[in-house]
Design a protein around this ligand. Structure first.
Ligand code: PLP
Length: 393
């Protein structure tokens, strides 16, 4: 018996464990201090009422012989795929219901999609990066190349024509940097992918946070249907982090190496995935109803207002940052050229605020720090006042 030795090549990810350990140590040594966490990437508001009603109705249907459901379709129920297709139409993008795969979330799809591609492909990720893209490809033994996101390009990495890549992960609006690509920038990536005969894996888990005139889907860009797969999630859009539902779009005409990508992924899903439960698909469809959209937008507006509170404080302090406008993340430059972990310790000790050190997301994250807008309003306000007090000293 032999183990997959590629796992030995994974860099141990201490980021969140180390954040928790330093925070817990501080709390146990300072039990009188109220620590506020602005590091979390999880949502805190409850599901919208219309979503809960649909889930309860769906669950009850499972308890009645006439409406009981067994295994769902591998690609998801048609009513949900139609609802998602209608959602794309609402912002002017055509994605047909029969190009959509409903899943248990974007993390699984981002990680699993590699099953259908050869180990010989070179993978390109932007740095700083959502670690799933890197680790899932290290597990498969693929070579990874990095495109730098940094202060010079506003943390929105662009392709280098001298670098050859086969699989390209893009995330916009970006986790962790909060930057979002413009139409022109995405078109440059699409042209690069077509030139390289590559496929873009486009993660738009945060598209619902876009407020400006920026692409909410890669298919808003000409040529994308011939080179891109898109992954999205209801986790941040509608608070489904615990409920679990997402979707992946594969244009029917997308082909590589003599193979149809939609059919290949369908075969993979039919073999390794048995679908999303009936109550969850009912709840997901409710997100896309008129009332559902109204209710989830109230929650998103709450987080966006938190993001503005943090971003305004950065403006006031004269600190460079990206995100905050089209994203729940504020990616800031640590003052006085501090290293990410030193700034973490300073904020924890002096302001009793927890954030996430940027260095945990890649080499270009060193000297940067991530704050999130997913917290409670009063806590966000208090945290920001404390940060301002410490940094104005
Ligand atoms: N993609 C990005 C960029 C994320 O930040 C996250 C969650 O933090 C996910 C995907 C995971 O989404 P899901 O909850 O649908 O698995």
């Amino acid at each position: 018996m032999k183990i997959n030795k590629n796992f030995d090549n994974l860099v141990p990810n201490y980021l969140f464990a180390e954040v928790a350990s330093r925070t817990n140590k501080f709390i146990s040594e300072n039990p009188d201090k109220k620590v506020i966490r602005l590091g979390i990437g999880d949502v805190t508001l409850p599901l919208a009422p219309v979503v809960v009603d649909a889930m309860v109705k769906g669950a009850k249907e499972l308890g009645v012989k006439e409406t009981f459901k067994g295994y769902p379709d591998y690609e998801g129920y048609e009513f949900l795929r139609e609802a998602i297709s209608g959602y794309y139409k609402s912002f002017g993008v055509t994605v047909n219901a029969d190009e959509i795969f409903v899943s248990d979330g974007a993390k699984s799809d981002c990680g699993n999609i590699g099953d259908i591609f050869s180990k010989d492909n070179t993978v390109l990720v932007t740095d700083p990066v959502y670690p799933v893209y890197v680790d899932s490809n290290i597990m498969s033994g693929r070579e990874i190349v990095y495109a730098d996101s940094n202060e010079q390009n506003g943390f929105a990495a662009m392709p280098d024509d001298s670098v050859k890549a086969d699989i390209i992960y893009l995330c916009s609006p970006n986790n962790p940097t909060g930057s979002a690509y413009t139409y022109k920038q995405l078109k440059t990536w699409v042209d690069y992918a077509i030139k390289n005969d590559a496929i873009i894996l486009y993660d738009c888990a945060y598209e619902a946070f876009i407020t400006e005139d920026l692409p909410r889907s890669i298919y808003a860009v000409e040529g994308a249907r011939s080179c891109a797969i898109e992954m999205c999630s209801l986790s941040k859009t509608a608070g489904f982090t615990g409920t679990r539902c997402g979707y992946t779009v594969i244009p029917k005409e997308l082909e590589r190496d003599g193979h149809n990508i939609y059919k290949t992924w369908y075969r993979r899903q039919a073999t390794k995935f048995n679908g999303v439960s009936w109550p969850v698909q009912c709840a997901a469809a409710a997100v896309f109803s008129e009332e559902g959209q109204k209710q989830i937008k109230e929650n998103i507006a709450y987080y966006q207002a938190n993001a503005k509170i943090i971003a305004d404080a950065m403006d006031e302090l004269g600190i460079y940052y990206t995100g905050g406008k089209n994203s729940p993340y504020i990616w800031l430059k640590c003052p006085d050229n501090m290293k990410s972990w030193d700034f973490f310790d300073l904020l924890l000790k002096e302001a009793n605020v927890v954030g996430t050190p940027g260095s945990g997301f890649g080499k270009n994250g060193e000297g940067f720090f991530r704050l999130t807008a997913f917290g409670d309003r009063d806590n966000t306000k208090e945290a920001v006042e404390r940060i301002k007090k410490v940094l104005k000293k």
